[in-house]
Ligand binder design. Structure first.
Ligand code: PAF
Length: 320
């Protein structure tokens, strides 16, 4: 077989340039074909038999892509290497939406998403329909996030993280990545994925990628599209509160929370679901006199839009 025959559009021959539009696959067999062609052709093209074949990296999304997702894909390209394969999944997972949430209204624009992915390093977009991911209907056996899924998001969205982990594990089995990249904005999700990979011996490296923010601090989120200009102004209170908490001087865990809460209490149009300072591994709240490395998380509704944000905080001992 010639190198040319081994170079279909989804192989890494031109992956290093990352300029082209990714191949879109919708079914399991199309995905398998794309994987096979990379596995066969990848190491041979373009640099010869001793070239580093790279890795397969996956970025899982629900579409409605923004710069935060594109940053994940750029990072995935770097993790995969020029000869590796970067797969972006686009799937609005019904299992992680509760009753009354925005499953039906969730923005869907596959063509627009694929156009955004041109030039950032994605090789393949896997965009299955629910019957491809769940061929037997709702899965009977699911992943449980356990005590990580009972707190914070879990208190306000029961079963949400179980639905996330179930689809993440399924997509890991389907895509078979070496490395999976997740945004740090969904901190509890990232923590739960790390724990699942560890507890269930999933052989995938999990990489967290820092939150991308607008110049005024608003964390990028697909749900920002729902905000009116006035609500967008109100939403800035979330990142302001996190900043105030992180800047609270020498005042222990309670001081961090108090500084953040004051900003939220004074904010217009923001209904807080939770504000919490937690252990970054267990997601459990830290004690009032805690000092050390922690995560400050906030979830709030601005109008009808629910937003989450978080910031890593180095809590100093209370000196007062
Ligand atoms: O973060 C998301 O967009 C989703 O929760 C994920 C990881 C793609 C699973 O559906």
């Amino acid at each position: 077989m010639t190198a040319e025959a081994l170079t279909p559009p989804d192989t890494p021959a031109d992956a290093g340039s990352a300029q082209r539009t990714p191949l879109v696959v919708r079914t399991r067999s199309e995905l398998r074909d794309a994987q096979m062609r990379w596995a066969i052709a990848g190491p041979l093209v373009p640099a010869g038999l001793d070239a580093d074949p790279g890795r397969r990296a996956v970025v899982m999304t629900m579409g409605a892509l923004h710069d935060g997702h594109l940053e994940l894909v750029r990072r995935a390209r770097a993790e995969a290497g020029p000869n590796g394969q970067v797969v972006v999944t686009i799937f609005v997972n019904p299992l992680q939406f509760g009753a009354g949430e925005d499953l039906g209204a969730y923005p869907r624009d596959l063509d627009g998403d694929v156009a955004k992915l041109a030039g950032v390093g994605a090789d393949v977009v896997f965009a299955p329909t629910p019957d491809v991911v769940y061929p037997d209907g709702d899965p009977v056996v699911r992943v449980a996030a356990g005590r990580i899924g009972d707190v914070l998001e879990g208190e306000h969205r029961p079963g949400h993280l179980d639905g996330v982990l179930t689809v993440v594990l399924k997509l890991m089995h389907l895509v078979r990545p070496d490395v999976a990249l997740f945004g740090e904005k969904d901190a509890q999700q990232l923590l739960a994925v790390r724990r699942m990979v560890r507890d269930l011996e999933v052989s995938v490296e999990v990489v967290g990628v820092p939150t991308v923010r607008e110049a005024d601090g608003l964390a990028l989120s697909s749900r920002n599209a729902y905000l009116s200009p006035e609500e967008r102004e109100h939403a800035l209170a979330l990142s302001r509160a996190l900043g105030a908490g992180a800047a609270a001087p020498d005042s222990g865990g309670a001081g961090v929370i108090n500084a953040a809460r004051q900003v939220l209490d004074e904010a217009d149009g923001v209904v807080v679901d939770y504000l919490a300072l937690v252990d970054p591994v267990t997601a459990r709240s830290v004690a009032d006199d805690f000092s050390g490395h922690a995560l400050l998380l906030v979830a709030a509704r601005v109008g009808t839009t629910r937003l989450i944000d978080n910031q890593a905080v180095e809590v100093s001992p209370d000196q007062r």
